[in-house]
Design a binder for this molecule. Structure first.
Ligand code: PLP
Length: 425
């Protein structure tokens, strides 16, 4: 089985004349088609909004595309809030779903009019002290504990996760918030990550809808929205069946009709905070084979490294690789595809069946559009790559330049040492 790159070898050769590899490349057409499908999947719910999880791909050009489809922004840090502010997102277009949150970030979120989603009951007093008065709309993050199961088994382990409030606490939090003047309430939960099944959102929604009915009944709080957060996954492996967002939207609609409508709560808005599903498949890391090494195993050295895409090193995550121009060649070689970090886990693939790779071949590392560039780091003094948008008309547009040594050393610019650095080549 195979995965088809959204770009050809000839296109990459053309782009690489202007922008040397490695770079992250994004597929505008794919992003737009998917965003349209998400909107359609939840069009039955008039208040629906997808708040794109900024941490997945914090690039203003890409977020702006999503905003054309009505998406808001989900933030959890100061710089993410700043990005949203700078592209003109404001008020309830911003969801602030943070945890372990510093004081000044709550202040900024409130200043921008973002919806604040509290991760913990102790943050009620914390936020009140910072702001003086709580906003009229507030959300609470829920953690039911235990394990989260779907028909094919255990999906994740909320009982082990640091996020959210217990069942008892969320009832208590609602009472306290109400007594402090909060008028509109939200519920949020993120119980399983990268789920590749159409069951996750409907199952989560059922659990949250039932909670909402009880919460409203017992506390009298007016619940305005339920936020299903992220966790809708993508098929990183070529043999996985992709999620069908239309089926997922329909599944959520069914439980909405079953649970909320009969309780007289048929005006609740559904929110999502997808990151991976919105962007993951529509971005790739493009890198060039620069070395081959024959020792106890066969290695291909590429010009990208884990600093550009950390998921394989961090989680042992699988990312499919296509050797551009050799899409139909037999995969009759077995390689480790490695970067240059002085860390043996800096491998994009281990024992991977691939076509014979020649030096200068371009490798297309799939599904790097979310949690790819954004997880990048500077270990070994490696620099972050450029980000490029493959526009609908087939032309390439730079949407973030590559880092230079000047960027890397910038935090020494207040010291004498900085003057000794020789930046010109
Ligand atoms: C990471 C995160 C998301 C996005 O998760 P995906 O798996 O990328 O969809 C959404 N909401 C919160 C609070 C998150 O931390």
């Amino acid at each position: 089985m195979n995965k088809k790159p959204f770009v050809t070898k000839e296109q990459i050769e053309e782009i690489a004349k202007t922008y040397p590899t490695p770079f992250h490349l994004y597929d505008e057409k794919g992003i737009r088609e998917n965003a349209k499908r998400v909107k359609e999947a939840f069009s039955w719910n008039p208040g629906f909004r997808e708040y794109f999880a900024i941490k997945a791909t914090p690039n203003p050009f890409l977020v702006d595309i999503l905003r054309e489809y009505g998406c808001g922004c989900d933030c959890s840090s100061e710089t993410e809030l700043m990005l949203c502010d700078a592209i003109g997102a404001k008020g309830e277009e911003i969801m602030f779903s943070s945890n372990d949150t510093p004081e000044e970030e709550y202040a900024l979120a409130a200043k921008l009019g973002a919806i604040i989603n509290l991760d913990d009951i102790t943050h009620i007093d914390f936020v009140e002290q910072i702001l003086g008065k709580l906003p009229e709309t507030m959300s609470c993050r829920y953690n039911p504990g235990g394990v989260f199961t779907l028909s094919n088994g255990i999906m994740d382990n909320p009982g082990d996760s640091k996020y959210g409030m217990t069942t008892e606490q969320i009832f208590e939090a609602y009472r306290i918030l109400k007594s402090k003047g909060v008028k509109r309430f939200g519920i949020h939960a993120f119980l399983a990550s990268n789920t590749v099944t159409n069951e996750y959102y409907p199952q989560l929604a059922k659990q949250l809808f039932e909670l909402a009915v009880k919460l409203e009944k017992e506390t009298g709080a007016d619940i305005a929205f339920i936020n299903l957060s992220g966790g809708v996954g993508i098929p990183y492996r070529p043999d996985q069946e992709p999620n069908d967002i239309l089926a997922i939207g329909e599944g959520v609609r069914k439980v909405y009709e079953e649970v909320l409508v009969p309780a007289g709560m048929g005006d609740i808005a559904i929110y999502t905070e997808m990151g991976r599903f919105m962007m993951g498949p529509y971005g790739a890391l493009v890198t060039k084979a620069v070395h081959e090494k024959h020792i106890y195993k066969e290695y291909i050295g590429v010009d990208a490294c884990a600093a550009n895409l950390m998921r394989p090193a961090m989680y042992g995550a699988y990312h499919h690789i296509t050797v551009l121009g050799k899409e139909n060649a037999p995969c009759d070689h077995i390689y480790d595809v490695a970067g240059s970090l002085c860390e043996n886990n800096d491998k994009f693939a281990i024992d991977r069946n691939l076509p014979k790779i020649d030096m200068g071949d371009y490798l297309f590392i799939h599904d790097a559009g979310a949690h790819g560039f954004s997880m990048g780091y500077n270990y070994n003094g490696r620099l972050r790559s450029a980000e490029i948008l493959l526009q609908e008309d087939g032309t390439a547009k730079l949407i973030r330049r590559a880092e230079t040594p000047k960027d890397y050393f910038a935090t020494f610019d207040c010291f004498d040492f900085y003057k000794n650095l020789k930046f010109e080549k």
